[in-house]
Design a binder for this molecule. Sequence first.
Ligand code: ATP
Length: 233
Amino acid sequence: MIIEAKNINKFYGACEALKNFSLSVPRGSSFALLGPNGAGKTTFVKALLDLTQISGGEIKINGISSLDSKSREGIGYLPEKFNFFDYYTVEGVLVFYGKMKGVGDLLSEQIKMALEKTGISDLRKRRVKTLSKGQMQRLGIASILMGDNDLLILDEPFTGLDPIGIKELKDVLRGLQNAGKTLFINSHILTEVEQMCDEMAIVNKGQLVVQGKITELVGESSLEDYFYQKIKS
Ligand code: ATP
């Protein structure tokens, strides 16, 4: 398992955002964390990245406690809303992230690889302010490939994309999974999750409802019907 979370509790004042929440993410999977608004998805990602202090429990990434900064060395995180300096070029953004990740001699090679994997090599010299939403999303993903991360955490990556952008993004993400990366996706868009992901967990009111392989859990039903039934029951 690349992520193992056990009995996580998180309080915001009196609000218990995560209640004895446990989760295991298999290495190399494309994993979706699903749940209605306010279920605790973002809180879990923040806990995983040690951006918020948990009240109890333990999370391990690659066997290392999430409280140890070493656990984040192999992680690329793309928040739902992100921005880059408008006046940077696409290449400039990747140089920035590569340097931040401590990429040394391999910087040019990694930039080339990140541009190719996300299909934006021809945008290399374009300024951020000229990019479309879909192109920005691809640059966001390219930025988290710098440092050769093996776990990519994507918060609502499909939001705001048109059908072409969604299709292209799914192709990029599938390519990354085929290259051995683990994808951890927070999403509300169930049709995309059903096509893209092989594993999922559903969280509701801070508690794990179910976790497992999507095809085995959903069976003959659709993910939408299955999700609705699990949340309403
Ligand atoms: P959404 O899909 O709407 O983004 P989510 O599943 O990501 O929701 P969280 O953002 O993790 O849900 O929120 C879980 C619960 O914790 C909610 O009840 C929310 O109101 C509460 N919460 C989140 N952040 C804070 C905070 N900083 N202070 C107080 N309560 C918070």
